[in-house]
Design a protein around this ligand. Structure first.
Ligand code: BDR
Ligand code: CA
Length: 307
């Protein structure tokens, strides 16, 4: 069993990523940290609590950074709504986030664990960048980082940048330049593994309240993708990073040098992948280049069936 910590900004796809992590017997979700991204920190934290409580998942939640390292926060109400989790009507959470700052929690938990832990960040990398920059030697306590963010080509918030990296490129730069083993699960692959209307029907047929909530999240996400991007179905970006930790055959990766653009006029927040290995130095991470979409969707459906 792989022990892991999730750092997220729920967010429709983050919510399903949490469910996948919590329900998969291959993983032990030791803790959840939240970051500002899809919505302000107060809302992403509340959303994490709501989803976990509704699903009956007992895990501690800690709130982290409320803004990027040096930039103003950009949120995504156009994608995830004013609450960050529009769609399902979920009860207000009864519990609260822990008192510690998420970065302190992550530091303590990583040091406390007997073995190095995996980190799966699915929002802007502010908490993880802060952790790495502020804790010399912490790399040794991290087994690997599988993050959802970036793209080999193109973006979703600008022509060149994916949302999570665009929001905090300096934090992403710290993570990408760290010595930890890393895998980037970017838009190129998440967009190739779309949940189609028939997949959502199957999820509805699972017929438990958590699967029903997931279907409502998907319905909302599908409408956004149809309206704004003329897409049939929708990708679920964040759960793919969790799926890759559960089973690394769900994605195919290549070892490449990847850098984050922090100073571009049109390209800030883009992830530049050097496929020739000529100009960006030594390879620093595994980049997902392909995905087994059917396997991924099966994993999500199976996880939802377990609630
Ligand atoms: C990423 O941005 C967010 O809106 C999603 O939750 C996902 O993490 C996709 O670009
Ligand atoms: Ca996210």
């Amino acid at each position: 069993m792989k022990e892991m910590l999730m750092d997220c900004d729920p967010g429709h796809d983050d919510a399903i990523a949490l469910l996948l992590a919590a329900a998969s017997p291959e993983l032990q979700l030791r803790g959840v940290t939240t970051v500002a991204g899809n919505q302000i920190l107060e809302l992403t934290t509340k959303n994490a609590l709501k989803v976990l409580e509704f699903a009956g998942v007992e895990v501690e939640v800690y709130a982290g950074c409320e803004k990027p390292l040096i930039r103003e926060l950009k949120t995504a109400p156009d994608v995830h709504g004013e609450t960050g989790l529009e769609g399902p009507e979920l009860p207000e959470p009864r519990g609260e986030a822990g008192e510690k700052h998420a970065v302190n929690y992550l530091r303590e938990e990583l040091k406390r664990a007997d073995e190095p832990l995996a980190l799966v960040p699915t929002g802007p990398l502010t908490n993880i960048g802060s952790l790495l920059a502020g804790t010399p030697g912490i790399e040794e306590n991290i087994e690997e980082i599988i993050f959802m963010g970036g793209a080999i080509q193109g973006g979703n918030r600008t022509a060149a940048a994916e949302f999570n990296i665009l929001v905090d490129p300096e934090a992403a730069d710290l993570v990408l330049n760290s010595g930890v083993d890393k895998t980037m699960v970017g838009l190129d692959v998440t967009r190739r593994a779309r949940f189609l209307p028939e997949d959502i029907e199957e999820i509805k047929e699972i017929d438990n309240p958590v699967a029903e909530m997931a279907a409502e999240l998907l319905d909302y996400f599908v409408k956004y993708h149809r309206r704004e991007l003329d897409m049939n179905g929708c990708p679920l970006h964040d759960p793919l990073a969790v799926a890759a930790l559960i089973d690394d055959t769900v994605i195919e990766t290549e070892t490449r040098p990847v850098r984050v653009e922090t100073a571009g006029r049109f390209t800030t927040g883009s992830t530049v992948v050097d496929f020739d290995g000529k100009t960006l130095g030594e390879p620093n991470l595994e980049v997902a280049v392909d995905v087994d979409g059917e396997k991924f969707k099966h994993m999500v459906k199976k996880a939802l069936s377990g609630f």
